[in-house]
Design a protein around this ligand. Structure first.
Ligand code: LLP
Length: 449
C-alpha cells in the first residue's frame, strides 16, 4: 500500500473550536444540518442504511495507526492484539500493513487463518490453552506460542512432531503494577498470567524450557496491563526483562534473541484525556533497551509489541437511536437502543465516554444527562453525567467515539437483543463487514426442547 494517510492524533486535546474532535477518527468532519461524516460518510446515512445500533470502523484510521507503529518502531515486530476487535477485514488490513497478529483462542486463530493471514506471523497467547487450541496452533504452523505455565512446557513439547521445533516465548510477570483498572493489571505476581520473576518461578521455567529439544525458546514476554498512559512502567519492564535475560545467559549460556513487551497503550476516550504517545514510547524504550543491554554486555534482543486498543479503539464509532427521554428523581435518562450487551466497559471498569448528538442541528443549551442502555439492569449506563442538548428526544441519533476496541469483542447475547453490525467507512463509501445478529441466528443454536 502506497497511499498517504493522515497521521492519527496522539492526544485527546486539539482545536479550540471543536474541542470534542480529537477523540474522533481523523477523517471526521462536521457536515451541513448538524451531522458528522466519518470516512466521508454522513452518520445519519449510516444509521438509515444499516439501522441502529451500528458500529462504524474507519479503515484509514486503522491503517494509519498500523503505520504509525511501524514507523515509530521500525526495528520491531508489531503484532495487532486481535482480542481488541477482529473480523476478516480487520485481519486483511493489518496483514496488508505488515503487522503480525496476537491471538488468544482457537476462534481468533482460525478466523484469521481462514481469511489468509499467515499463521507464521501469529503469536498464540492464553493462560489456559486447551489441548484443542494447542493442537490447532501446531497443525496450522503458528509462529510462536507464549508459554504461560510450567504445565504447558511438556504439553506443547509433546505435540511437536519428531524432528521439528516450535518457537516459544515465556510469559513473565515482572512485578510491575500498571493499567487503568485492577481487572486489566497483569504485570504483578498476584494475578493469573505469566510466571513471576521476583520469586524465582520464571527462572525455573526458563531452565525447563531450555531442556526441551522440541521447543526453541526465542525470548521472553510480558504484558503489564491495559490503558497505560505513561512510558515509565515500560522502561522499568525493559530493565527487569533484560536482567532476566542476562541471568539466563549466565545460568545457561543462552542468549535469547527476542523481547516482547506486550501491549497496553492508552487511548483518549474523552477530550483532554491522555493517550500514550507512541513515538515517545518508541524512542524511550529504544534508549532504555540499549543502555540496559550495554550495562551487562548483552546483545540487544529484537523487540515485539502487541497493541490492540491503540489500533482499533480510536477508529470505531458506535451509533445509537434514542428511544426515550425521561426524568426520574433529579436525573434525566436518555435511553438508547443498545447498551451493556454491545459495550460492557462502563459496567466492568467504570469507563466514561463522550457521546454526541448527530444527524440534526441543535441550538438548545447543553444539559446534564445519563445515557443509558435498553437492558434490564439499573447498571446499564453507557455514559454517566454527560452534557447533551436539552431538547434531545426520541428518534435522535447519538454517536460514541473511541468505540473500536473491546466493545464488540466483548459483546454478549444479554436479553437476546442481537449483536450490532459492523460497517467499514472509507473514501465516502460504507460497506457491511459483519451483519447484525438476527433472531434466526439465536434460534439456530437453540436445538433442543
Ligand atoms: N497482549 C496481551 C498478552 C494482552 O493480554 C493484551 C490485552 C494485549 C496484548 C493488548 O492490550 P491493549 O494494547 O489492547 O491494551 N477488556 C479490557 C482490556 C483487556 C485487555 C486484555 N489483554 C478493556 O476493555 O479495557
Amino acid at each position: 500500500m502506497t497511499t498517504t494517510l493522515p497521521l492519527p492524533r496522539s492526544r485527546g486535546t486539539g482545536d479550540a473550536d471543536l474541542p470534542w474532535l480529537p477523540v474522533w477518527p481523523g477523517s471526521t468532519r462536521p457536515t451541513a444540518h448538524g451531522d458528522l461524516s466519518v470516512g466521508g460518510v454522513p452518520l445519519a446515512e449510516v444509521a438509515e442504511r444499516f439501522g441502529t445500533p451500528v458500529y462504524l470502523v474507519d479503515e484509514d484510521e486503522v491503517r494509519a495507526r498500523c503505520r504509525l507503529y511501524r514507523e515509530a518502531f521500525a526495528e520491531a515486530e508489531i503484532h495487532y492484539a486481535a482480542k481488541a476487535f477482529l473480523c476478516r477485514a480487520m485481519a486483511h488490513w493489518v496483514e496488508e500493513e505488515g503487522l503480525g497478529l496476537d491471538v488468544c483462542s482457537r476462534g481468533e486463530l482460525e478466523l484469521a487463518v481462514t481469511t489468509g493471514f499467515p499463521a507464521e506471523r501469529m503469536i498464540l497467547h492464553g493462560n489456559a490453552k486447551s489441548p484443542d487450541e494447542l493442537e490447532a496452533a501446531l497443525r496450522l504452523g503458528v509462529g510462536r506460542i507464549v508459554i504461560d505455565s510450567t504445565a504447558e512446557i511438556a504439553r506443547i513439547a509433546a505435540l511437536v512432531p519428531y524432528g521439528a521445533r516450535q518457537r516459544v516465548l515465556l510469559r513473565i510477570a515482572p512485578g510491575i503494577a500498571a493499567g487503568a483498572h485492577p481487572a486489566v493489571r497483569t504485570g504483578t505476581a498476584d494475578q493469573k498470567f505469566g510466571l513471576s520473576s521476583t520469586d524465582g518461578t520464571a527462572q525455573l521455567a526458563i531452565a525447563r524450557v531450555l531442556e526441551q529439544p522440541r521447543l526453541e525458546l526465542v525470548g521472553l514476554h510480558c504484558h503489564l496491563g491495559s490503558q497505560i498512559s505513561s512510558v515509565k512502567p515500560y522502561l522499568l519492564a525493559v530493565r527487569r526483562m533484560v536482567a532476566l535475560m542476562h541471568g539466563t545467559r549466565q545460568a545457561h549460556g543462552a542468549v535469547l534473541p527476542e523481547l516482547d513487551l506486550g501491549g497496553g497503550h492508552a487511548i483518549a476516550y474523552r477530550p483532554g484525556e491522555d493517550a500514550l504517545d507512541v513515538r515517545a514510547l518508541a524512542s524511550r524504550v529504544r534508549a532504555e533497551l540499549r543502555s540496559a543491554c550495554a550495562t551487562v554486555d548483552l546483545p540487544e534482543p529484537r523487540l515485539l509489541l502487541e497493541p490492540g486498543r491503540a489500533i482499533a479503539g480510536p477508529a470505531g464509532v458506535a451509533l445509537y437511536r434514542v428511544l426515550s427521554v425521561k426524568q426520574n428523581g433529579r436525573q434525566t435518562f436518555v435511553a438508547v437502543d443498545g447498551g451493556m450487551s454491545d459495550n460492557p466497559r462502563p459496567a466492568l471498569y467504570g469507563v466514561r465516554y463522550a457521546p454526541r448528538l448527530v444527524g440534526r442541528a441543535a441550538s438548545a443549551e447543553l444539559s446534564p444527562v445519563q445515557v443509558v442502555g435498553r437492558h434490564c439492569e439499573a447498571g446499564d449506563v453507557l455514559a454517566a453525567g454527560v452534557e447533551l442538548p436539552a431538547d434531545i428526544r426520541p428518534g435522535d441519533l447519538l454517536a460514541v467515539p473511541a468505540s473500536g476496541a473491546y466493545h464488540l469483542s466483548m459483546a454478549s447475547g444479554y436479553n437476546l437483543v442481537g449483536r450490532p453490525p459492523v460497517v467499514a467507512v472509507t473514501g465516502g463509501t460504507a460497506r457491511l463487514l459483519v451483519r447484525r445478529e438476527s433472531l434466526a441466528d439465536v434460534r439456530s443454536r437453540d436445538v433442543g426442547l
